[in-house]
Design a protein around this ligand. Structure first.
Ligand SMILES: [Zn+2]
Length: 390
């Protein structure tokens, strides 16, 4: 008996020891796991900072599997998927979040907003719109309205866009600039259908929203011209000079035509020449070149562009001078001159396009609304100029 009891005395501490050891192992394991979370977070973050979203996604997918209850992680992943253009995965991630019963109200609203943005990126505007309307009385209402405004612009729903922009106005952003352009868009639609009164009304509203809206002035002149009101067109376009003279470049050709129509050709030419002297950047040299060539011939146009080049030596000016030389050059010199003109043109290609001041998109055609980044009036009206402000 005594022997057995002694045996127990030996065996019991061993059992306790084993238990203690087992507990130690468990604790170590748990500690390792909890410690590994921040480490992985930082690893993922590191990949993100290095621009390696592929590896960042791998790391975060791993963490998300281990910690399915952490909604922040799912948000991060959804965001990453969307940024990488993997919209289906982003949509699935956000839908899965919304399916969860334990989600807080705040996270539910956030997931709704994120899902709406996914749908927008995928071009599913109807579904995005429905979700955004659901956020009307939540903490995300303002953000939802801003996204809705982007949808209305994409879908050319200008009336709804005006209404929403007016609701969004606050001290930090008055939306006057955008509202004026929305009215101009409505005017452009009305112009297509020859609804003249509506055109005038919308353009007046544009100027009321933003007195400096050069586009409204440009369009008021175009509208007058379309109705054969040439004097009126000249007056409207003349007012652009008070707003921002550079925008006159966009209408120079039509302006000269309006002067012609009222029998004031010489006055029109003098007006444009005066502008060119004050603002050599203005894109009116071509218009005057064509006019002088047609009216007075090669010698006159050559003298004119040489004089401009002496006043303001610029590459476009030099090209015009060589073009004028080419008109009069003996036939044996023409092939060489043609090559020189072409080379100058190619070397200065960047001076022949318009640039978006926001995203740098380049285009031969002038846009009031950037097709690449959707900014309004972000193109300086001078070819080759990269930023607004002169
Ligand atoms: Zn742009």
């Amino acid at each position: 008996m005594i022997e057995i009891q002694l045996w127990w005395l030996i065996i019991l501490p061993v059992f306790f020891g084993l238990g203690w050891l087992a507990a130690r192992i468990d604790i170590k394991h748990v500690l390792a796991e909890t410690r590994s979370l921040p480490a992985q977070y930082f690893q993922g973050l590191n990949h993100l900072l290095n621009g390696d979203t592929n590896r960042a996604v791998e790391v975060y997918v791993d963490i998300a599997k281990l910690h399915a209850e952490t909604s922040e992680l799912q948000f991060t992943l959804g965001h990453l998927f969307r940024r990488r253009g993997e919209l289906e995965r982003a949509i699935r991630m956000h839908q899965r979040l919304l399916d969860r019963k334990d989600l807080s109200d705040n996270h539910r609203q956030q997931a709704t907003l994120e899902l709406a943005i996914d749908f927008m990126k995928a071009g599913l505007y109807d579904r995005a719109e429905d979700l955004l309307h659901q956020l009307a009385d939540t903490n995300f209402a303002r953000q939802a309205r801003r996204e809705l405004l982007a949808i209305y612009q994409q879908e050319h729903e200008w009336k709804k866009a005006i209404e929403l922009a007016q609701q969004l106005r606050d001290e930090s952003h008055g939306y006057q600039h955008e509202i004026a352009h929305f009215h101009c868009e409505l005017a452009a639609q009305a112009m297509l259908h020859a609804r003249h009164e509506e055109v005038s009304r919308e353009l007046e509203a544009a100027l009321q929203a933003n007195r400096q809206c050069a586009r409204a002035r440009v369009m008021l002149g175009e509208h007058a011209l379309a109705q054969q009101q040439h004097e009126q067109a000249i007056t409207e376009w003349g007012l652009i000079e008070k707003q921002d003279v550079l925008y006159l470049a966009l209408v120079a050709r039509h302006l000269l035509a309006a002067f012609d129509a009222v029998g004031k050709t010489a006055e029109g030419e003098r007006y444009l020449q005066g502008l060119l002297q004050q603002h050599p950047d203005l894109d009116v040299l071509d218009v005057l070149y064509e006019r002088i060539l047609a009216r007075s011939g090669a010698e006159a146009v050559s003298a004119f562009v040489r004089e401009r080049l002496r006043e303001h030596p610029t590459m476009p000016g030099l090209r015009k001078v060589l073009e004028a030389y080419l008109l009069q050059a003996p036939s044996e010199q023409q092939p060489d001159l043609e090559i020189i003109v072409r080379l100058i043109h190619e070397e200065n290609r960047e001076n022949t396009v318009y640039y978006c001041g926001e995203c740098g998109f380049r285009t031969r055609q002038y846009f009031w609304h950037c097709p690449a980044c959707n900014a309004w009036e972000s193109y300086p009206p001078v070819r080759g100029q990269r930023r607004l402000g002169h």
